[in-house]
Design a binder for this molecule. Structure first.
Ligand code: ZN
Length: 278
């Protein structure tokens, strides 16, 4: 899917616009059990008096995408509900989900950078960049993106998986943590793994990345190989960490997450190698 980031409404567009209407962190969608949809032009007009901020965020196949924040007083029209982004996983297509995450991050950036953090002057929107500018001292505020490294540790036919206290019950996943200023992704990942489970790894291989709008992370996933050390879970961060055989895994994260894709792809590769050997 190709995004065409936009700042202003283009002169030409095709069909109805795509409306990402947020109340707080919840998005307006059709009230349906399975597949959900966004509101149409007519429904979005219902919110005209409740708009707090409005951004042109993209153009998807000729359709202009708007990110809109409405006040907490705005009620959902009949047939629609305000739903959390997480609740939409698996119930809409990836392009819409990505755009919803993008709209949410732009709205969140806009509402949290209304004043200059250096001199306190109210900021204004930049005319040709996605930025807010301080008219007094010219400091620019861009949307924040926080890189998070993730590593799936392989040892023979086993994977090291761990549980954070915030995970859903019984779910285990790869190790992940924020990059610190000055670190490369590789250094950050080795440090996180050392801190969280006490082992040393090598042979890092990039897998893929995923935008994770809770609130503005960029997940960067790797596989790596165990080198040394005994598992020692970091108190407060890791509730449990263990080696799991590739044939006997615990509950894993949701299939939409890059963590799950990383685990599934690695397992598939391990199993095909295992079969080739036997
Ligand atoms: Zn300033």
């Amino acid at each position: 899917m190709d995004f065409q980031p936009l700042l202003v409404t283009p002169e030409q567009s095709i069909g109805e616009s795509l409306w990402f209407i947020f109340r707080g962190s919840h998005l307006l969608v059709t009230d349906a059990e399975e597949i959900i949809n966004l509101p149409d032009d007519k429904t979005s007009a219902f919110f005209a008096h409740f708009i707090l901020r409005r951004h042109v965020i993209d153009q998807l196949q000729g359709r202009v995408c708007y990110g809109i924040e409405v006040s907490t007083q705005a009620a959902s029209p009949p047939g629609y509900v305000f739903a959390s982004l997480r609740s939409l996983f698996g119930r809409t297509d990836d392009a819409l989900l990505s755009l919803a995450g993008r709209a949410f991050q732009i709205i969140d950036w806009d509402r949290t950078h209304l004043y200059c953090s250096r001199c306190g002057t109210p900021t204004t929107l930049h005319t040709h960049e996605r930025a807010r500018i301080c008219p007094s001292c010219q400091l620019a505020f861009y949307p924040r993106i926080a890189p998070v490294v993730m590593g799936l540790i392989i040892r023979g036919q086993e994977l090291l998986l761990a549980r954070s206290p915030q995970f859903a019950p019984n779910v285990y996943s790869a190790i992940a943590g924020y990059c610190e200023p000055g670190e490369s992704l590789e250094i950050a990942l080795k440090r996180e793994i050392r801190e969280e489970v006490g082992v040393e790894v090598g042979n890092l291989q990039y897998f893929r990345s995923q935008s994770w709008p809770f609130p503005h992370s960029l997940m960067v996933a790797f596989t790596c190989h165990y080198q040394s050390g005994v598992i020692a879970p970091q108190p407060g961060e890791i509730e449990d960490a263990r080696w799991f055989s590739m044939n006997d895994l615990p509950m894993l994260p949701h299939p939409v997450s890059v963590a799950r894709q990383l685990i599934d792809a690695t397992l598939a590769l391990m199993k095909s190698r295992h079969h080739a050997l036997h």
